[in-house]
Design a binder for this molecule. Structure first.
Ligand SMILES: Cc1cc2nc3c(=O)[nH]c(=O)nc-3n(C[C@H](O)[C@H](O)[C@H](O)COP(=O)(O)OP(=O)(O)OC[C@H]3O[C@@H](n4cnc5c(N)ncnc54)[C@H](O)[C@@H]3O)c2cc1C
Length: 449
């Protein structure tokens, strides 16, 4: 058979030679030599260009909007996830009194600061808590006549129902001596130990259901409640605008550095501003910290687009004093400034003045009767609260704990009369009782003390 017939015609390559080319097509087209047509074609090209740009912008807008909707949906999904988590945990209600917890892990976060992971000794699930709340611990030391009661904020978000975490910094008293409980935690408490803990409480917490933009501001160990708030915001991928300011001296004090960076990665809405007041030479600006200063209202004014945020603050006394008053001066309404003090030194920053507070002269005429002790004394209006007044007069029947309305140790029954609160109680005492550490008398009183 001739080989020609075996060829598949579709596969036969077409060999182009100069003979296939029409020489006319190599000449310039007469269209491009007419200026009117060139202008016309240019106009059409411009029009197409404009339409293409508009289309591209619309497509980008659409892509952006869909991305945003996806993020919002994801955030909603995360919120539902969190609510489900809470709902699952709901059957485990908070307990009354003290419950035994095992120290499952002890981790050094930075110099003199340790985190303690606590699991319930009975192995049962834990109730959820609100980010910002604290636990109350009781220690019975052989050399102390009374148990020592201290509060420590939960530094984790309320994500886990198997453990709680608190983070404790060694406290040094004004005279240089070590604080009893914080140093006991740092030096003595070890993994496997058992501690007595009251259920989470406190009114300083972030409302996770709200979508108002927030500014979390903390100094030193005051980071603990803010960290719990930031963790919940990150975990739920909360779409609201979040600013996180943290101030410390330098990298030696910079606790939770990696953890906070991880949270920011989880929730890009969170903008981090780390301030070092006294950086080491090796502390790199822009890497370890963003601002070489304290956290001040001037810095907030530089960084925040406006003052219209909800502010949460926790830190040392002077830090809170200047920031809280600075925010008020900046025009932030008092209802938008929420803060917590870690001890009596900062309680005075509470801007609350009791309504209709009697003047100093009439207050000094108020008689306080301590019924159990059998003492009748004239109230001293220069004293901060009923607990200090009792202690100053040798009355030892009122216990003291946190001294900021948190732990409930100083609860005392009122037999007659009324009090005015100068601070926010962690848990409302029952009718007919008061928390002596954050109360002043409102007229003559008889106390069961
Ligand atoms: C709501 C809340 C949350 C807290 N969260 C944390 C936290 O997350 N991490 C942390 O490290 N700390 C936290 N603290 C502080 C903590 O409770 C202790 O106050 C701190 O650890 C010092 O206790 P200490 O026993 O070591 O010191 P100590 O000096 O033995 O005791 C300090 C106690 O004495 C009281 N006190 C101090 N000075 C005086 C005085 N002049 N007169 C009378 N009483 C005084 C204080 O109120 C405090 O209760 C928190 C406090 C509160 C109220």
């Amino acid at each position: 058979m001739p080989s020609k017939q075996l060829r598949n015609p579709a596969r036969t390559p077409v060999i182009r030679t100069s003979k296939n080319v029409n020489p006319e097509t190599l000449l310039p087209s007469p269209v491009f030599s007419d200026p009117a047509l060139i202008v016309g074609a240019g106009g059409v090209a411009l029009m197409f260009g404009y339409i293409a740009t508009q289309w591209w912008a619309a497509a980008r807008r659409h892509a952006f909007e869909s991305q945003r909707s996806r993020l919002e949906l994801a955030a909603l999904g995360k919120k539902i996830e969190l609510l489900n988590l809470k709902a699952q945990a709901a059957p485990e209600v908070a307990w009354n009194g003290y419950r035994k917890f095992t120290v499952a892990r002890k981790v050094e976060e930075c110099e003199d600061t340790y985190s303690f992971y606590l699991t319930p000794h009975n192995g049962r699930r834990l109730p959820p808590f609100k980010p910002g709340q604290y636990l109350t611990f009781e220690f019975k030391f052989p050399n102390e006549p009374k148990p020592l009661v201290r509060c420590y904020s939960l530094s984790d978000g309320s994500i886990s129902d198997t453990h709680y975490r608190v983070t404790i910094k060694r406290y040094v008293r004004a005279d240089g001596s070590p604080g009893a409980v914080s140093n006991h935690f740092a030096d003595q408490v070890k993994e496997g130990d058992i501690v007595d803990v009251k259920a989470p409480s406190g009114k300083f917490y972030l409302d996770v259901e709200m979508d108002r933009p927030v500014v979390l501001i903390s100094g030193g160990i005051g980071i603990t409640p803010m960290l719990a708030m930031a963790r919940v915001l990150a975990h739920t991928r909360d779409p609201r605008e979040i600013y996180f300011f943290f101030g410390c001296r330098n990298s030696a004090d910079h606790m939770f550095r990696d953890e906070v960076i991880e949270l920011q990665k989880k929730n890009p809405n969170m903008r981090l501003h780390i301030c070092y007041s006294r950086p080491f030479e090796g502390d790199a600006a822009g890497t370890n910290f963003n601002h070489q200063s304290r956290v001040t209202v001037d810095l907030l004014k530089q960084v925040l687009p406006s003052s219209n945020y909800e502010y949460y603050l926790c830190g040392p006394g002077p830090f809170m004093d200047s920031l809280v008053s600075g925010l008020y001066e900046w025009g932030v309404p008092k209802k938008d400034v929420k803060f917590e003090a870690f001890g009596p030194a900062t309680v005075s920053t509470k801007p609350k003045e009791p309504a209709g507070k009697p003047d100093k002269e009439s207050q000094s005429l108020v008689e306080i009767e301590f019924a159990r002790t059998g003492k009748k004394l004239m109230w001293d209006p220069t004293v901060a609260n009923l607990l200090d007044f009792a202690e100053a007069n040798g009355i030892t029947t009122i216990d003291a704990g946190c001294r900021s309305g948190g732990c409930g140790s100083c609860k005392v029954a009122i037999k007659d009369g009324h009090v005015e609160y100068i601070g926010e109680p962690g848990d409302e005492p029952e009718e007919g009782s008061c928390l002596a550490c954050i109360c002043r008398p409102n007229g003559r009183m008889v106390l069961d003390a």
